[in-house]
Design a protein around this ligand. Structure first.
Ligand code: SF4
Length: 379
């Protein structure tokens, strides 16, 4: 297997595609490599960029029930040596096929042993190939503190996937992963040890991911854990990955998680991060799930603002943020506009960027309900 086929296989693998590639000519493998190994990720400053999303090895001794690389599954495993992977990535980025690397790995011989070749790959890229672009490095469960520090010096972003919302949910997904010993501590490492990096090293951002659905967790459990990490560990992002069953895995017969659930989780996550909501304020049902048919902010507003609409000219920043159709930027625009005059009609709000169709049922302008009062159903 040449290096392009390896990259193609691992690129597919990292995207959790369960099938290996068919026998291909070298040219076809290259084409497939370009098509399938490149994925788009959100860069903290530059938005969507194409990256090579691959693995150091797809061999793994663990048995995470959702994962195509779980031990014992019939799959064509491949591994890269650090120099080989670094050189391949360097060629690709020089050809401008990718603008970043997202490196993960299976685990053989424990997390510490799995982490070393990943760190070596990235170190070669930084030192030998003088690559200064974007690198996202997965921290292996069980990695040592010294390895996390090395990773923090080399990468722009580190991720440690919790997979489950808590210890009990993780057990139903990945019984060989330890929530408290292996997964949580690295998430806190950067915040607690930033001083080790010194003033010249910009600390990497930290992210995590949950597998949504098969463990039976509620939305409340997922969002409570994410919110805790946003506050306590400076988590940059939580990703809610809807479960998609893969043939030959322990969970192959469970249903797919509806994409709308993922969408509602991200909407609620934004309310926690940027709109000042607390977890207990989100509109969960008795089972702890968000409604699928309405967005969570609108659902909250229908309960709390319908009978007590907010006066736009007097509302605080926090109160403005609660109104559907008004976000952080439009809140600032309203506050600025109020300093020079009174807001008295929807056209003024529209010019400030407010989605007036969503906001209108929940606001007063200069003491009056707005011209267009939309029905409170059917959003
Ligand atoms: S540790 Fe679990 S999730 Fe990671 S590659 Fe191995 S089986 Fe898959």
């Amino acid at each position: 297997m040449d290096v392009y086929e390896k990259v193609t296989t691992l690129g597919q693998a990292a995207a959790l595609d369960c099938e290996g590639p068919p026998a291909l000519t070298r040219a076809e493998r290259k084409a497939q490599f370009i098509d399938q190994s490149r994925v788009y990720v959100t860069h903290p400053q530059r938005g969507k960029i194409p990256v090579l999303r691959t693995m150091q090895t797809s061999a793994c001794e663990r048995n995470c029930y959702y994962c195509p690389f779980q031990a014992g599954r019939d799959y064509r495993r491949v591994s890269f040596k650090p120099e080989e992977l670094a050189a391949t990535f360097d060629q690709m980025q020089r050809k401008r096929l990718v603008e970043g690397l997202f490196l993960s790995s299976g685990i053989v011989g424990g997390g510490v042993k799995a982490m070393d070749p990943m760190l070596d790959t990235v170190e070669i890229l930084r030192r030998k190939y003088e690559y200064h672009g974007y690198i996202h490095l997965k921290i292996m469960p069980g990695a040592e503190s010294a390895q996390i520090e090395r990773a923090a010096r080399l990468a722009d972003r580190l991720s440690i996937n919790l997979e489950g919302a808590n210890e009990q949910r993780l057990l139903a997904l990945a019984p060989k992963k330890d929530f408290w010993q292996e997964l949580l501590p690295p998430l806190y490492w950067v915040r607690q040890n930033q001083h080790h990096l010194g003033p010249w090293v910009r600390p990497p951002s930290i992210t995590t991911q949950f597998v949504v659905g098969p463990a039976g967790e509620s939305d409340r459990e997922l969002l409570a854990t994410a919110h805790m990490l946003y506050r306590e560990a400076n988590l940059a992002r939580a990703y809610y990955s809807p479960f998609n069953p893969i043939r030959g895995t322990v969970l192959e017969n469970l249903p797919k998680t509806p994409l709308m659930r993922e969408h509602r989780l991200y909407q609620a996550d934004w309310l926690l991060r940027f709109y000042g909501f607390a977890v207990h304020e989100l509109p969960f049902d008795e089972q702890g799930h968000l409604p699928l048919n309405l967005d969570p902010k609108l659902t909250w507003a229908k309960t709390h603002l319908s009978q007590r609409p907010t006066e736009i000219n007097r509302a605080s920043r926090a109160e403005l943020l609660r109104i559907p159709g008004i976000g952080p930027k439009t809140t600032e625009a309203i506050l600025a506009a109020r300093r020079v005059g009174t807001l008295s009609n929807l056209q003024q709000l529209k010019q400030l960027g407010v989605q007036t169709g969503r906001a209108a049922p929940f606001i007063l302008l200069n003491g009056k309900q707005t011209e267009y009062q939309l029905p409170l159903t059917g959003f």
